[in-house]
Design a protein around this ligand. Structure first.
Ligand SMILES: [Zn+2]
Ligand SMILES: [Zn+2]
Length: 329
């Protein structure tokens, strides 16, 4: 199973401004010129020593889960536009494509890529869209109509097939078993547990869990109740970390969480790896890096205090994900 983040921002696209880019380039040039080996001949070595150089990206949420040619897309944030270009190089470009798109909810940051997803305009393509919310088709009708968009839904080209999902009930899509579980967000939002059940493989199959957007007001096993399986037996969890822990206290009911909440759940449930996304558009890359350092201190302190108490806790690999990041499970 391969997971790629096509958009890691939340709320609204937040492209880097020219002023900010210039300031960043200036800092990099100064840093490069101060290095003892800086003779201008080793830019690659310098770049490799600066893993965070590219920042977190500006596009909003869109995630691709794939295994060979089998593919599921989650959410149509502005990152979906870029994925659309890539898909056009395959069957979608010939009008022979089949796309499977799961929607978590219909806030703008999860929709705005849809009118710029080129495969949707190619006759012959079939776009399957899935959501628990029964108003899925109405949302598409609203989105693709004047004066919001010049091309109405019925003239899009591709066939759109709507699927209403039942809460917590598995559906088979492209050899993946997909189960929607409820998250904690002001308008209903559904996360997805995706288990690769490729019938051609003898392996048990990897599990990806999509937990964005959520304030995670329910943390304990009892509170999570019937939504607990979203966090169990998971190889990779994508979790909402729009805010720092202090900000979550200031922004109660805004529908987003901090990394420490995801780490608490990951440690308790033995989740192997966590990616944090839905970065706040008000946060520049530096602030997101500092939120990551704050979360690192929190995680290390949890590990140390467990050790002091003689408790063994599972190791969780985690990081704040950036746009374009890909992980093979
Ligand atoms: Zn969002
Ligand atoms: Zn939202």
């Amino acid at each position: 199973m391969k997971v790629k983040v096509w958009g890691a921002r939340g709320s609204i696209p937040a492209p880097i401004t020219p002023d900010h880019l210039r300031a960043q380039i200036r800092e990099v040039l100064i840093d490069f010129s101060r290095r003892p080996h800086a003779d201008g001949n080793d830019p690659e070595g310098f770049m490799a020593s600066q893993p965070g150089l590219g920042g977190f990206g500006g596009n909003t949420l869109c995630v691709e889960v794939s295994a060979g040619p089998r593919r599921i897309i989650i959410d149509g944030g502005s990152g979906l536009r870029l994925l659309g270009y890539e898909l056009m190089a395959g069957p979608c470009g010939k009008g022979q494509g089949e796309v499977h798109l799961l929607m978590t909810h219909f806030h703008w940051d999860h929709l705005i890529g849809l009118p710029f997803f080129i495969p949707i305009f190619v006759p012959g393509n079939v776009i399957h869209v899935y959501a628990v919310q029964p108003d899925l088709e109405n949302v598409f009708k609203t989105l693709f109509q004047k004066p919001f968009f010049p091309v109405p839904l019925e003239k899009l080209g591709a066939e759109i097939v709507y699927h209403t999902l039942e809460p917590r009930k598995a559906i088979e899509i492209q050899g993946f078993s997909v189960v929607p579980y409820q998250l904690d967000h002001p308008d209903p939002c559904w996360g997805y547990r995706i288990h690769d059940r490729n019938p051609d493989s003898k392996e048990p199959g990897k599990v990806y869990s999509h937990c964005v957007d959520t304030e995670c007001t329910r943390v304990s096993r009892t509170e999570l109740g019937e939504d607990l399986p979203l966090y169990q037996g998971v190889d990779l969890m994508l979790f909402d970390a729009q805010y720092t822990l202090t900000e979550t206290i200031e922004k109660v009911d805004w529908g987003h969480a901090a990394a420490s909440l995801g780490l608490d759940i990951a440690i308790r449930e033995g989740i192997k790896r966590v990616w944090f996304v839905h970065h706040d558009p008000a946060s520049n890359d530096q602030k997101i890096f500092s939120a990551e350092s704050q979360a690192r201190r929190y995680y290390d302190s949890q590990v140390k205090s467990a050790r002091r108490s003689g408790i063994t806790i599972p190791t969780v690999e985690w990081s704040f994900a950036c746009e374009g990041e890909t992980l093979e499970l």
